[in-house]
Design a protein around this ligand. Structure first.
Ligand code: PEP
Ligand code: MG
Length: 323
């Protein structure tokens, strides 16, 4: 693959040999966005917009949405902000959008799937995101949650394009999407791994159940294989789309903020990590002392492991500076 060696720039995440890894923040509103900017995030890798909608009997108006999105974009002028469209359903029900009483809500009509019965809600949200983007300086990227098939990805890209939003991507949090990333990224321009849900679905273990915590960890080699498959598919997509169109893959689940797992994810081919702002310093520090070759070596160690426990132990033994 092409070496991406850049001069390390102050305030940017980079490996020991100077490969830029974007260190981004997960935010939910203007307050958390300002705090993330103050903590040194290079941008926002996951703006969870559903918090504006939760606990309300009706959808917020386009004007109210526009104001809320604009306030987040304002905190990151000149920088990248990845806005995730509404991720409702399962543990986040909305009276005007989701269905009660599904037998398996985590496998039900959630995330982008709600747009089939309610395309109008997504339309109004994209209208508000586009309006906010037009009056702010941030580089706005938009992504959909819970995408499973290339058709879903293509339809989302079309809806975004209709609003002038050209950087449209997909979250990869369903194993099928990880395995088919080459086709999801035919038209979608980036992918972001939601490792919380990807782990839940790969391990068939409810992420909310403490009793299943041993299963529900992204250190599971099976989950890391899905991360690798996503990056491999993105690379194939890059080779087949017009020149100059990259297909970057990031991680925005909890895994990105684990200082031992972060270099593994980079070694698997991930180029941005989005996390709670409190984790930025530790992740930046470990990457700055770990070369790209060493990240790849750590990734091989983790992938070759028998289980999550062995993967974590092997990687931590190879990263003594973390102890
Ligand atoms: C994820 O699933 O990893 C993710 C980032 O989305 P959320 O935690 O909001 O489901
Ligand atoms: Mg998710």
């Amino acid at each position: 693959s092409v070496a991406r060696v850049h001069r390390a720039v102050e305030g940017q995440g980079h490996t020991a040999d100077g490969v830029h890894i974007e260190l981004l923040a997960n935010v939910a509103d203007a307050g958390s966005a300002k705090a993330a900017a103050a903590a040194g995030a290079e941008g926002v890798g996951l703006f969870r917009t559903e918090f504006l909608f939760l606990g309300r009997p009706e959808e917020p108006s386009v004007a109210e949405q526009t104001r809320a999105y604009h306030a987040v974009l304002d905190a990151f002028a000149g920088r990248k902000v990845v806005v995730r469209t509404l991720d409702a359903g399962a543990d986040k029900p909305l009276p005007f959008l989701t269905t009660d009483g599904e037998p398996n809500p985590a496998l039900g009509v959630r995330g982008l799937r709600t747009a089939v019965a309610h395309p109008d809600v997504l339309e109004r949200q994209l209208e508000a995101i586009a309006a906010a983007a037009a009056s702010a300086d941030a580089q706005v990227w938009v992504m959909a949650p819970m995408v499973a098939t290339p058709d879903e990805a293509d339809r989302f890209v079309d809806r975004c394009a209709a609003h002038g939003l050209t950087r449209a991507g997909v979250m990869v949090e369903v194993p099928a999407a990880a395995l088919q990333s080459r086709w999801l990224l035919d038209r979608a321009t980036f992918a972001s791994l939601g490792t919380n849900d990807l782990t839940q679905y790969a391990m068939a273990a409810d992420r909310e159940l403490g009793a299943l915590a041993e299963l529900s960890t992204s250190w599971q080699p099976a989950v890391l294989r899905l991360v690798a498959a996503t990056c491999d598919g993105a690379h194939i997509a890059e080779l087949t789309v017009p020149e100059g169109r990259s297909r970057p893959v990031g991680v925005c689940g909890e895994a990105a903020g684990d200082p031992a797992l972060a270099p593994v994810l980079v070694g698997l081919g991930v180029t941005s990590l989005s996390m709670a702002p409190a984790a930025l310093g530790d992740v930046a520090a470990v990457l700055a002392t770990t070369s790209m070759d060493r990240c790849r070596q750590l990734a091989r160690l983790a992938l070759a492991s028998r289980d999550a426990w062995a993967a974590r132990r092997a990687v931590r033994a190879a990263l003594p500076e973390l102890d």
